[in-house]
Ligand binder design. Structure first.
Ligand code: ATP
Length: 214
């Protein structure tokens, strides 16, 4: 079973990586694909270029054979100059893997809280299982909504037996790290070691990223 983790990754950090690994192991995934958004439609634009963010993800996952980088959102922007919505991305992956293969999409609790504002969110759920990772500072009150209750699954085996449509809540190690916090630290001339892998920290320094972020 494959899972995807989309994000701005501006930059990628241990708050992405450790939960990703725990979910990978818990769900017995065969692959976890990181998908950096080239030009996120729902938020302010990233500070680092799409190329730099891809590069940092590539470096961060280098040592993990089943963690892969999927650059389809970047390529789509280069080729057609259009932003990818999540629905476009999950549909294109679904076309590649076929209709029967289970496909999971990991989101943090903060992203889950606004999920019903995403374009075609119901179609997204018909295309993937949603795996919701706990995140410090965000509670799970959305869990009681009818649409969630109708789709919630607690049996991991059941997720493997159907291609999409369930919501699974996964408790992960709570790491109160965000990319915003890292950008702020770097901007103030502080170190971001131990918040992100060493080679990402090195890359940030080498390319002088986030130094003028405000
Ligand atoms: P920013 O601070 O720039 O908003 P971020 O740290 O939230 O960024 P994103 O790239 O926007 O990182 O996040 C990608 C995905 O990873 C989202 O689904 C988000 O909820 C999840 N995520 C990010 N940080 C954590 C964390 N510390 N714990 C759990 N999930 C996280």
């Amino acid at each position: 079973m494959i899972a995807i983790l989309g994000g701005t990754f501006d930059p990628i950090h241990f708050g992405h990586l450790r939960p990703a690994l725990e979910i990978f192991e818990k769900l017995s995934l065969s692959e976890l694909r990181f998908i950096p958004s080239a030009k996120p439609p729902h938020r302010w634009q990233p500070e680092a270029s799409a190329k730099d963010r891809l590069k940092m993800v590539q470096k961060a996952i280098k040592a993990m054979p089943y963690f892969t980088l999927d650059d389809r959102e970047y390529l789509r922007l280069q080729q057609d100059n259009v932003s990818s919505f999540t629905i476009d991305t999950v549909r294109s992956i679904r076309e590649e893997i076929g209709e029967h293969e289970p496909l999971c999409m990991i989101v943090g609790m903060d992203a889950f809280q606004s999920f019903t504002s995403w374009r075609d969110w119901q179609d997204i759920l018909n295309t993937v299982h949603l795996i919701v990772a706990s995140r410090p500072g965000y509670d799970d009150k959305e869990k009681s909504q009818d649409w969630v209750q109708q789709r919630i699954e607690t049996d991991l085996k059941a997720l493997h037996e159907k291609p999409s449509g369930n919501v699974y809540f996964c408790a992960v190690t709570q790491l109160d790290i965000s990319a915003t916090m890292i950008r702020n630290q770097v901007n103030q001339g502080k170190s971001c070691r131990y918040l992100t892998p060493k080679n990402v920290d090195k890359y940030i320094k080498k390319k002088n990223l986030y130094a003028s972020w405000s």
